[in-house]
Design a protein around this ligand. Sequence first.
Ligand code: ATP
Length: 763
Amino acid sequence: MRVPWGKLGALSHKINPLGALSQSHHQHGAAPDSSRNGNPPTNNTQTTPTPGAPKSRWNLRAVSRMKRSNSSGKAGLQQENEDNVKVDIVEEENSDLLGEIVMTGTLSLPGKLIHSSTEVTAKLTSKAFLWSLHCIRLEDIVAVSCYEDSQRITIHSYAFVRTRWVPETFGRARRCRTDLHFTASTVEEALGWVAAFAQQGCYIQFLPHPNSSKKGSASTETTTPSAAKEAVKCRASREMLVVLNPKSGRGRARKVFRSKVQPILELAGFKLHVVETTGARHAQTMAMQLDLASCPDGIICVGGDGIINEVLNGLLSRDDADQACTTPIGIIPAGSDNSLVWTVLGVRDPTTAALAIVKGGLVATDVFSVEWTKTGATYMGHTVAYYGFMSDVLELSAKYQGRFGPLRYFVAGVIRLFNLPKYKCEVQFLPAENPSVEVRIDKLEDPVEHQLETSEDKGPVFDSESEIVAEPRLNNIGSLPNHEGIMGSPAKLTVEVDLFGPLDATNEPSDYVRGLDGKTKRSPSASRLSAPGSLEEAVAVHPMAAGASPSPRSRSRSKSRSDRGLSVLSAMAPKPLRKSKSSQRIVNAEAGVVQSCLGDNIANSLGRRWGPLEGAFDSKAGVTATVQSSTKPREPTAEDWVVRQGPFLGVMICNHQCKTVQCLETQAMAPLAEHDDGTMDLLMVRSVGRFKLLRFIIAMQFNRHLSLPYVEYMKVRSVSLEPSKKGHLRCGIDGELLTLDGPILTSVLPYQCRLIGCAKKRS
Ligand SMILES: Nc1ncnc2c1ncn2[C@@H]1O[C@H](COP(=O)(O)OP(=O)(O)OP(=O)(O)O)[C@@H](O)[C@H]1O
């Protein structure tokens, strides 16, 4: 595969004609500073570009600049003080494309003629495998096959390929399987390469010698482990449950899984138990009754947001919910929306999602709980809860499911637009920005990653003669510190999950219903480190939860109310929201401290299998998990609650940005939302008529919706919503339609869900 020069522009100057790699961040005329990016110095030939011999984009830029300055009569580049010479290497500075060199050597590529071969210089770095002028990223490599007693190795990858005759502007590149065969000069050298790939987290497949096997049997793994297999400690195979919704999207989830996903996962050594759902709630019941030992590495959900929501609700409604919520969840987007996986992991196609699962990593995400304060029933969500136009359209669209398929949301939306009712309700919320009740979390570190960093060797540089010393990256985890002591005993929050409560439809809103916006307007400082609400605030419960009915008047009575002890629940003082009923399951969730309350064994095993856990914290910052409360956080009182009364066009409570796969990458319903900041983003649209609603929908396409005068947007920790009795009595949670027979209270439960993959880069 050719190096994509357009995207990998920086690569061009890193490979000299001899194939040797140079370190990045060269300064003109100066020796490259290898310490700058933390890479150890290597004995490779370093390229020092000279203005007279432009070989790369880097040089060309310098030369063109020199020519310009010469032609304008100014002193040439040569005459300038070398320290002052600035070369435009912005692109290079931001990209460390090659990473650390792990191994170099010479490999043979099979030639076009039989028995012919070409020798090439090959290099494995922490980010890519390079040979000759070709490059393949490690994240595209699914597995490496090693043949017993043979010098041959095969690299199986799913890199992006573009159809040659289609111009770049049209169509997207597709991932295609590519098997690259190489031959090392000796068996030991081949094993050295394999060990190096294993060290980089690639799955190693040990196969029988190609000549000894019958035709077609090469894909079966050897049953007798050879000495080589034992020497190369590769990533263990993973065992997972696959929950597949055959009705997701356009009913193609099964086909997508069998044709695109299963081959990749099996190539990477996964053992899969596939279960197809038979109807609504099947996945939830399954997750509730599941023996977690049967899927030690987690659950893969194939479908849309609805099926993930069901699995999440099932896991969190178990008796052992504190352990069940640590179950890693992989997502294969095969539904009509797939907002969670796209927004949080930046994955939109099933093949890339499968690769993300193969590569591992864990992302901790917040979950919100919606409690029906009358009955005590609770339903969890991970994307968005909404009331008003969206839930109305969701309800209406169920009628058109058979006739219009995925277009039903559009049809229902148009009908509702011309027949727009008023959605009267009262909203009360606890703003996240209130500094007096803010708790900062700094340096909450992932213990698994820290352990990895401290225990593993700092990337030995291999060469072809070196012995096999590679250790698998994730196998060196020792015992982990128990953070419970550091964090303090986690607040126990007992919540109920009413499995067969108010749910009465199972449809997902389309992008039209969701009212997608345009350009993302994200603030880089969007409360990433400062995570108000992460612990204490997470369980700050509205007075209503304790039985009081909230109203604007309640604010004036707040003092006496709090005096009577009706107002709030303390975060650190465990207090059940509701007592159990026989028909309801009790969840014992460790509110907000999933990260810290992990037992050593769970954290150990998860880390070994999936790699470091990402959260809202800087995992590289330090080992200690500390809750820094410079000012002692106080419990929120009724006076902290802000009241708004409807009618509204819509009230949306978002847990993340809520992008949808069908729309542009820049679009987001809640541009400032973060999936792991311990807060939710509340969007309220005042009822101003159908033309203003239309304007709102259009403005959202250009990300101008937040500036509309009838739109209110803020970060909150808790929201209570009480619909008027004669109004619309439905709400939607992650596409599930639920009945509102009274007020509901929405609160964040930080880090209650962990997704397999790496979080999308925050801008
Ligand atoms: N076998 C089935 N038949 C009918 N409905 C099902 C079945 N399995 C699950 N469901 C229901 O379908 C709902 C929607 O499923 P899912 O979210 O996977 O697909 P989708 O709605 O097309 O995608 P998205 O939620 O991303 O829009 C789920 O909430 C679930 O209750």
